[in-house]
Design a binder for this molecule. Structure first.
Ligand code: FAD
Length: 434
């Protein structure tokens, strides 16, 4: 910094990203005079997976799993307060949604971002360095902080061979809305059997007239188009005590858990599955257009090649592995998931931060282990699924995790809710009835 440059603004806490994870912390910190804070997001304005927000999409969790309620139910940034401030709390109750429209929840998040002056859009953090305090460079300015909280979310993922193919006629489902209008009368292949793939397929096959694709083929690696497990005991995986239990497992057990229980967070909503099935019924038996939809689970897409103006999608069956199928497509939607976002802006500190199995290593408060002073931390939200499990990207523990980070910054400890009914770990010394 030259002698003439003004000293950068200093905060106790600066957040990188303002999606639900960091918005939760921003909401908890908003009225906290002890922790001056700033949250920066590179988007020009708020959005929440808007590129794939299709009509009829709903939230997969209770709206009480909002930014604050599970750990600070009197906080003004709650979903209930949003409804109340908009004057629609009675209407919301009367509507008795089985699940809340995702657009309504998105609007709630936008409201929370807007009413909080510490949340700023249009500012990308490009580098974080440390010299007694953290220095964050953005595309607009430099700020400094005692603590940094990274909440940059996840990025769309497609297989290696598909990366160079994305463009006008192939996209990740994150950009579905950009392509969706041009798919009437075309052949479309959707790859990926989770909720995002299901929503894209449903959007396509629910259309009528010239907007309906000529045919829609849905390919999934999973053995069937499986539902999300939203049952009570599975939901105990999404409680703080389970997150801590998971954190203390060895790496191999954690990886096995994430593999085995993927449907706890990544299956198709029951209502979406039912609606899809009903559409299939109508296409085949009522409209007698059997060719409109093809369902192909238990298959890997192994290659995509040009075939004149179209694409040829090569698919291998996972049981009958000598059997290949080929689908011609005008357009391909890759609903192949997300992976934690790149943290390139941490490059100046890279050799000071501990890593394990491809992630930065965090302590029990989500602070990266490093060689810096213990009262200066970089916290990671939704970036360590291998250490914190399937709940890490989920909305369920947002307010708890944010509260834990806030406690660490303030040197306090909030009371947790009571433990799950399920005993996750052994209780040495306890005598058990036989
Ligand atoms: C379509 C969809 C629906 C989902 N629905 C549910 C659901 O119903 N229930 C559930 O529990 N979970 C759901 N999830 C999973 C999860 O809750 C969301 O992905 C959630 O958005 C994660 O929040 P986040 O804040 O970690 O990341 P994001 O929402 O991705 O936010 C990260 C933010 O960081 C910003 N950013 C990135 N890099 C920088 C940088 N260098 N500088 C500044 N800003 C930066 C981005 O612009 C972005 O706004 C859903 C996911 C998807 C894709």
């Amino acid at each position: 910094m030259s002698a003439r440059e003004p000293r950068p603004a200093h905060y106790r806490c600066v957040g990188i990203g303002a999606g639900p994870a960091n918005l939760s912390l921003a909401s908890l910190l908003h009225a906290d005079p002890d922790v001056p804070n700033l949250f920066l997001d590179r988007k020009d304005e708020f959005g929440w997976h808007d590129g794939q927000l299709v009509d009829g999409a709903t939230l997969q969790v209770s709206p009480l799993k909002d930014l604050v309620s599970l750990h600070d139910p009197t906080n003004p940034y709650s979903f209930l307060n949003y409804l109340h401030e908009q004057g629609r709390i009675y209407h919301f109750l009367n509507a008795r949604f089985d699940s809340v429209p995702r657009r309504e929840y998105r609007n709630y998040l936008e409201w929370a971002a807007r009413r909080n002056p510490n949340v700023v859009f249009g500012e990308a953090v490009t580098a974080v360095d440390f010299d007694g305090i953290f220095t964050l460079r953005t595309n607009r300015r430099t700020v400094t902080a005692d603590h940094v909280v990274v909440g940059v979310g996840a990025e769309p993922w497609v297989p290696e061979f598909a990366r160079g193919l994305l463009g006008d006629s192939q996209c990740h489902v994150a950009d579905f809305n950009g392509m969706a209008g041009a798919l009437g009368g075309r052949s479309v292949v959707v790859i990926g059997g989770g909720q995002s793939g299901a929503e894209a397929v449903l959007d396509l096959i629910a259309r009528t007239g010239s907007a309906l694709p000529r045919d829609t083929v849905w390919v999934s690696r999973r053995r069937n188009f499986f539902p999300i497990d939203d049952s009570p005991f599975t939901n105990e995986f999404f409680m703080p005590c389970h997150s801590d239990y998971f954190y203390n497992l060895d790496a191999e057990s954690r990886a096995a858990f994430n593999r085995q229980h993927v449907l706890a967070s990544d299956g198709i909503s029951e209502s979406t599955a039912r609606e899809l099935y009903q559409r299939l019924y109508v296409h085949r038996f009522v409209d007698q257009r059997d060719e409109t939809v093809g369902m192909y689970p238990n298959r890997d897409v192994v290659d995509v090649t040009r075939e004149g103006a179209r694409w040829l999608v090569a698919v291998r069956h996972r049981d009958e592995s000598d059997q290949f199928e080929y689908f011609e497509a005008d357009a391909i939607i890759w609903a192949t998931g997300y992976r934690p976002g790149a943290l390139d802006f941490l490059a100046p500190l890279a050799d000071r931060l501990e890593r394990e199995h491809g992630e930065f290593t965090v302590d029990e408060d989500f602070a990266v282990r490093w060689d810096g002073p213990p009262d200066r931390s970089i916290f990671l939200q939704n970036a360590v699924p291998r250490q914190r499990g399937l709940a890490d990207p989920n909305l369920s523990l947002n307010s708890w995790r944010a509260q834990r980070i806030r406690d660490r910054i303030r040197g306090t400890r909030s009371r947790d809710q009571l433990a799950a009914f399920v005993e996750w770990s052994t209780k040495p010394g306890r005598s058990m009835p036989v």
